[in-house]
Design a protein around this ligand. Structure first.
Ligand SMILES: [Zn+2]
Length: 234
């Protein structure tokens, strides 16, 4: 797929959006270890936040030093919700809980109180991506209600997408130039200023092609003669 935005720099791919930003996993590790002390297995926790248990296991053991910001935020929420309460009070099977507590004891993991941890900074980008669905052909569709509410303000998804790519507020209307209805892929949206710049660039390319075409005609066999004749006739 070719996007005219390529002229302005690389367009982010769906798989490399802000949701995939990696942050230090130290706090997430401590929170998962604390939850293990209370008997919460990674399988149970992973099912709560919709991610792979193996990934949480690697964060907990320290094999992974970094994690996605959105995962860290969800681990933080889990810790806040469950830390200090026995896992068996929350439908974790006795057997699973017991194994997890044994591992925690063997590894000398400790509890931390939720108040000593701070949530990873919330970002409008994460909220935006949580409400989109990637398509198989590389677009990003907006789900749910038309607009995004953030810190008491309403934001149009296309404008948020534009800010994600450019880091600035759009000028004029934002539209998707990929032709896919409802697409809010940051790499596919453009503002009025961007569309104007794009038209100018395309005009420049068109002018360059025309000039190249004239040069080719002049250097082609017989072209000089033709050009000369044209000149003479004038
Ligand atoms: Zn698109």
């Amino acid at each position: 797929m070719t996007s005219p935005n390529g002229l302005e720099g690389p367009a982010p791919t769906t798989g490399a959006g802000p949701d995939r930003v990696l942050i230090d996993a130290t706090q997430a590790r401590a929170q998962l270890q604390a939850l293990a002390v209370d008997g919460y297995p990674v399988t149970w926790l992973a099912a709560r936040i919709g991610c792979a248990a193996s990934g949480l296991g690697q964060i907990r053991s320290g094999q992974r030093a970094h994690t996605h910001r959105s995962i860290a935020a969800r681990i933080h929420d889990l810790h806040h919700q469950y830390a200090g309460t026995p896992a068996t009070d929350h439908s974790v099977p006795d057997h699973d809980s017991s194994i997890t507590r044994t591992i925690a004891g063997r590894e000398h993991w400790t509890t931390i109180t939720p108040t000593t941890s701070t949530p990873p900074p919330a970002r409008i980008e994460d909220r935006f991506l949580a409400r989109t669905t990637p398509t198989a052909d590389g677009h990003l569709l907006w789900n749910g209600l038309p607009d995004l509410y953030w810190e008491g303000q309403r934001h149009k998804p296309g404008r948020v997408a534009f800010r994600i790519r450019t880091g600035r507020d759009p000028v004029g209307h934002v539209t998707a130039d990929c032709g896919h209805p409802g697409c809010v892929h940051p790499g596919h949206v453009e503002d009025a200023a961007g569309r104007k710049r794009l038209r100018e660039q395309l005009r420049a390319i068109g002018g360059l092609r025309a000039a190249t075409g004239r040069m080719t005609a002049q250097t082609a066999p017989g072209a000089r003669e033709t050009a000369g004749r044209t000149h003479t006739n004038q």
